[in-house]
Design a protein around this ligand. Structure first.
Ligand code: F6P
Length: 343
C-alpha cells in the first residue's frame, strides 16, 4: 500500500518520531511504500511529496521539528484546495491513504475530507495538550520539561536579587503547560485561562512569599485573562486562520505587580523555545507508538479516526470527538494546585 504522511499546523517535538514509527511499521510489518507531503496540506494540494525509505528515518526519533515541514494550509479553503483536487493528486501519485499529523485545526480539516469519502486517518499533535479524545499529546511533556528548566533558572536569579519573577508560557486557551511546569518548579502562583484571579489575590500571594524572604515565582499562561479585561491580551494580530496571536500578558502582569506591591519584578516570555529541540523520552515513545498505530489504523480502513491515548493504551477515536471542544484544566486540578500558592 502507498501511504502519504503529512505534518500540519504548529510544529511540535515528536513529529519526526511519528514519521519514523509510521515508516518502520509500514515497511517492516506490511511492506508498504511511504511518502511524505511537504509543508502540510500545501504539499497535498501542490502534489509535492518525497519518498520515505527506511534509511531516511534513521535516528529520527530524537530530532526536533519535522523533516516534512509544516504549514497552516486549509485543505479545502486554501487556493487550489478542495476534495476533487486532492483526489486528483492522490490518483496521480498513487497514494491510497493519508496520515495527517496535526492539532485541532488540522484534524477538523481531515474530518471534512474523510466525511467526503477520502481515506484519511489522524495523529493528534500539540504541545498545548488541549485536544479532546486523548489523555496526552506528544510535545506536551517536552514543553513542560523546557519550561520547568527555565523556571528553575529564573528562581535562582530571582532569589539572588530578591525579586519577583514572572514567566509567560504557551498553551493557547488551555492552562496545561502552566499548571504542570508551575507545579513541577514549585511556583508560588500559576495563572491559567480557565480561572479568573484578581490582581488583589495575585499581589497577596506575591507579598506573602516576598515577606517570608523568598523570591516570588509567578507562571502565567499566555491565554490568561487579567482582571479588568474581557478577552485575552493579543496585541500581536491574528494567525492565518483568524485566531488571535497570544502573548504579552506576562509583561502586563509584571508592570502591574511592581506598581501595586512596590516589589521589583521582571518578566520572561519563554515563547517558541518550548517547541524547539529534541523531544523527551516520554514524547519519543508516545510519538513512535502513535506513528505505528496510525499505520495499523490505515490497514484496518479506519478512515475518519485518529489514534489517541487512554491511560497507557493506544486507542482509536473518531475525528468528531477530537474536535468536539477543547480539553481544558478541570476545576479539581486547579483547586489542588491553588492550595500550594502564596504563604
Ligand atoms: O498550539 C501551539 C502553540 O505553540 C501555542 O501554544 C501558541 O499560542 C501558538 O502555537 C503559537 O503559534 P505560532 O508558532 O504560529 O506563533
Amino acid at each position: 500500500m502507498k501511504i502519504g504522511l503529512l505534518t500540519s499546523g504548529g510544529d511540535c517535538p515528536g513529529l519526526n518520531a511519528v514519521i519514523r514509527g509510521a515508516v518502520l511499521q509500514g515497511i517492516k510489518t506490511y511492506g508498504d511504500e511511504l511518502v511524505g507531503f511537504l509543508h502540510g496540506w500545501r504539499g497535498v494540494l501542490d502534489g509535492r511529496a518525497i519518498e520515505l525509505p527506511r534509511a531516511r528515518v534513521r535516528g529520527l526519533a530524537r530530532e526536533g521539528g519535522t523533516i516534512l515541514g509544516t504549514s497552516r494550509t486549509n485543505p479545502i479553503e486554501s487556493p487550489g484546495g478542495g476534495i476533487e483536487s486532492i483526489e486528483r493528486v492522490l490518483d496521480e501519485l498513487g497514494v491510497e491513504a493519508i496520515v495527517a499529523i496535526g492539532g485541532e485545526g488540522s484534524l477538523a480539516g481531515a474530518k471534512r475530507l474523510s466525511d467526503a469519502g477520502l481515506p484519511v486517518v489522524g495523529v493528534p499533535k500539540t504541545i498545548d495538550n488541549d485536544l479532546s479524545g486523548t489523555d496526552y499529546t506528544f510535545g506536551f511533556d517536552t514543553a513542560v520539561s523546557i519550561a520547568t528548566d527555565a523556571l528553575d533558572r529564573l528562581r535562582t536569579t530571582g532569589e539572588s536579587h530578591h525579586r519577583c519573577m514572572v514567566a509567560e508560557v504557551m498553551g493557547r486557551h488551555a492552562g496545561w503547560i502552566a499548571l504542570h511546569s508551575g507545579m513541577s518548579a514549585g511556583a508560588h502562583a500559576v495563572l491559567i485561562p480557565e480561572q479568573r484571579v484578581s490582581m488583589d489575590q495575585l499581589c497577596t500571594w506575591v507579598r506573602e512569599v516576598y515577606e517570608r524572604g523568598r523570591a516570588p515565582l509567578v507562571v502565567v499562561a499566555e491565554g490568561f485573562i487579567p482582571e479588568g479585561h474581557d478577552e485575552v491580551l493579543s496585541g500581536k494580530g491574528v494567525e492565518q486562520d483568524g485566531r488571535p496571536r497570544l502573548g504579552g500578558v506576562g509583561e502586563y502582569l509584571t508592570a502591574e505587580i511592581e506598581r501595586l506591591t512596590g516589589i521589583e519584578t521582571r518578566a520572561a516570555i519563554l515563547g517558541h523555545v518550548q517547541r524547539g529541540g529534541a523531544p523527551t523520552g516520554f514524547d519519543r515513545v508516545l510519538a513512535t507508538r502513535f506513528g505505528m498505530a496510525a499505520v495499523d489504523l490505515v490497514h484496518d480502513g479506519g478512515w475518519g479516526q485518529m489514534v489517541a491515548t487512554r491511560g497507557t493504551e493506544i486507542v482509536r477515536v473518531d475525528f468528531a470527538e477530537a474536535v468536539s471542544g477543547l480539553k481544558t484544566v478541570p476545576q479539581h486540578r486547579w483547586d489542588e494546585a491553588r492550595s500550594l500558592f502564596g504563604r
